[in-house]
Design a protein around this ligand. Structure first.
Ligand SMILES: [Fe+2]
Ligand SMILES: [Fe+2]
Length: 305
């Protein structure tokens, strides 16, 4: 997880403190277990000399500590903390990359011939609603895939493009305008599910409601009064069913061909994003470290000669 760092190395990082738990060892010594975030990941930090710690949750500090693994998981034993005004640099797509995806958004938007769907997209992304800025800035996840600023835009475009290429092979009885609109909006709830002021984290709304329902809430708030009920039912079905199965967070399971295409495109897009993350972190390895979120080690060797 920490590139080029070995057990026993002393590391130094700017982190935000996310939680502090006072605990006691079997021999009645008190210690603190913190969770901190360096912009890329949550890291457990153990503070054995609790006098060196006088900070609170959300403080940004310069942490120095010794890196090691416990039960195959990263951990840091704190050596010192220092208050800092430095900001945590969050992972992000570059400005150019974001601009390229924005161009792709407009190219996809242009393909929509249905006026109700195209006007709805224009209304949702009208500058007065402040949604566009969030749509092009938000991450697609906290850690799973495209967990960086710009990730939601990238994921939404990728899923739409996969869906359109899939549709070429199964085009009969597919409403392309509905498919594009549903793909572009399927994860719109993530603009309220994540916050990224100091580190990428789930919001209270995200934890309590989840991005699927939040998405429907955002779209229904901006739906014109005269929007045809048939079309809104179909669009909401795509958003509500995009996770595929109820145990994966879907409110309903896909009951339309467009919903099946969207769900499968979402799977390919997100699994591929997760694979690429593992591959980029372990370029020359045959296998990734164990990926807890996906319950597997990824085989990374197929493109190694
Ligand atoms: Fe989703
Ligand atoms: Fe998605």
């Amino acid at each position: 997880m920490f590139d080029g760092i070995n057990e026993g190395d002393v590391i130094s990082a700017i982190v935000v403190i996310k939680s502090v738990l006072k605990q006691t060892t079997k021999s009645s010594n008190e210690y603190l277990k913190l969770t901190v975030n360096d912009g890329k990941r949550d890291i457990p930090v153990f503070v054995w000399d609790i006098d060196i710690f006088s900070f609170k949750v959300n403080d940004i500090v310069k942490l120095k500590g010794t890196y090691s693994k416990f039960n195959d998981k990263d951990k840091i034993d704190a050596i010192s903390f220092e208050k800092t005004n430095q900001k945590i640099k969050l992972p992000s797509l570059s400005k150019n990359e974001i601009n390229e995806y924005i161009e792709k958004y407009y190219a996809l938007r242009k393909k929509i011939k249905d006026e109700d769907f195209s006007n709805l997209l224009d209304e949702i992304f009208d500058p007065k609603n402040h949604i566009w800025e969030q749509y092009i800035t938000a991450p697609a996840a906290k850690g799973n895939h495209e967990a960086y600023l710009g990730g939601l835009l990238q994921h939404s475009i990728t899923v739409t493009e996969i869906a359109l290429s899939m549709k070429q092979h199964v085009s009969e009885f597919v409403n392309q305008d509905l498919l594009i609109t549903g793909c572009l909006l399927h994860d719109i709830g993530k603009i309220k599910e994540y916050e990224y002021s100091t580190c990428i984290d789930r919001t209270t709304s995200g934890k309590l409601i989840g991005h699927v329902s939040l998405g429907v809430m955002i779209v229904s708030r901006l739906l014109p009064n005269d929007f045809p009920i048939k079309k809104s039912n179909e669009l909401f079905h795509l958003i509500l069913s995009h996770q595929g199965k109820k145990e994966w967070g879907s409110l309903v399971e896909p009951l339309m061909k467009e919903a099946v295409i969207l769900h499968q495109s979402d799977m390919v897009g997100s699994y591929s994003g997760r694979f690429d993350k593992n591959k980029n972190e372990n370029k020359n390895s045959l296998w990734s470290n164990y990926d807890e979120n996906y319950n597997r080690s990824w085989y990374l060797g197929s493109t190694i000669k």
